[in-house]
Design a protein around this ligand. Structure first.
Ligand code: UDP
Length: 329
């Protein structure tokens, strides 16, 4: 399948491009390189440095490259910033995605795979989180993703778009061979920050809240390997053959780990001591979020290769060791 990967130079997108190639598909990347890295994408993959919200340019790419399916990973994803600068999030995550979908429909490309998030659930009513739980985001980031999900349902019904939206839990880790990995600027995610504290790149790791109603008082999250996520995106292709079909899947391992457990696991994997500072709670952090992903496992045959968070951290550590400063570009 000829697949346009929008945001293919970003963290999850670049891993998906590699998995597409490994599975015999033909990825084409579109990325404006605001957050993406050109060197995260192999030279032999067609690459377009442009905006996804430009119908003329995107329409031309869809036609010339004979694209059959679009995967969309490009979004702003800083929850705190989405609260202080919601315009940016509605513009980039919702309006630009709407333009992309319109351009697809106008050009007869009607298969779509979307990066959604567990942030669409907000504070979940029960755990583990199943897809049918009420979605009630508590910040504009989660809201814009939910808005796109709703738009997809309407487009499937009206225009025969077939789609899958994956609600990611905490994406983590790096390619097994250590050649591509996580490089955000600024970095806000726990695992890379703990690794930086272990190596001395940061002074310490601050634990945001130690008085939660959890076994060790710190927040529980569901860390899932980026290559496991990527494989689900490809496993859904067959289901998108039917016009108007729409699917929502949670992607997480189902095993929660606390912030303290992550710190201990980084110490075990790296053999280094992590300086820790106990800090206040971070606004908007639910105490526990973890997935029931049995729907993806049953319907897509999705297999979780990295079940132990230490194995996920080991890949992040390998990437960090070979690229201590991240990507060159
Ligand atoms: N966290 C922390 N210190 C940090 C960064 C994150 O204690 O410097 C905690 C955060 O409060 C949350 C968990 O680590 O409970 C995962 O945070 P991250 O930002 O990686 O992902 P999120 O779950 O917010 O999407």
């Amino acid at each position: 399948m000829k697949v346009l990967v929008v945001g293919g130079a970003g963290y999850i997108g670049s891993h998906c491009v590699r998995q597409l190639q490994a599975a015999g598909h033909e990825p084409v990347v579109l990325d404006n390189l605001v957050f993406g890295h050109r060197s995260a994408v192999a030279e032999d993959v067609p690459f377009y440095d442009c905006d996804l919200g430009d119908p003329e340019v995107v329409g031309k790419i869809l036609k010339e490259e004979q694209i059959e399916l679009v995967m969309h990973f490009a979004a702003f994803a800083y929850v705190g910033e989405s609260v202080t600068e919601p315009r940016k999030y509605y513009e980039n995550n919702f309006v630009a995605t709407l333009r992309l979908l319109e351009t697809m429909i106008d050009n007869g490309v009607k298969k779509f795979v979307f990066s959604s998030t567990c942030a669409t659930y907000g504070e979940p009513e029960s755990l583990p989180i199943v897809e049918t739980l009420r979605q009630s985001p508590i910040n504009p980031y989660g809201q814009t993703k939910l808005d796109v999900e709703n738009c997809l349902k309407a487009f499937a019904h009206a225009y025969g778009l077939s789609f899958a939206a994956f609600r990611y839990f905490n994406a983590a880790g790096a390619a097994e061979d250590g050649t591509i990995g996580e490089d955000h600027n600024p970095e806000t995610h726990l695992i890379p920050l703990v690794i930086d504290a272990a190596t001395g790149k940061r002074e310490n790791i601050k634990i945001f809240g130690t008085d939660y109603d959890t076994p060790d008082g710190t927040c529980l999250r569901d860390y899932v390997h980026v290559d496991d996520l990527s494989r689900a995106h490809i496993a859904v292709f067959d289901k998108l053959a039917e016009p108007g079909a729409g699917y929502f899947y949670n992607l997480g391992t189902g095993t929660p780990n606390s912030v303290r457990e992550i710190i201990n696991a980084v110490e075990a994997v790296t053999g280094l001591k992590v300086p820790v500072v106990e800090d206040e709670r971070r606004a908007g952090d639910p105490p526990a979020l973890f997935a029931d992903s049995s729907k993806a496992q049953q319907e897509l045959g999705w297999e979780i290769k990295y079940k132990d968070v230490k194995d996920i951290i080991a890949t992040a550590w390998r990437w960090h060791q070979s690229h201590p400063k991240g990507y060159e570009d």
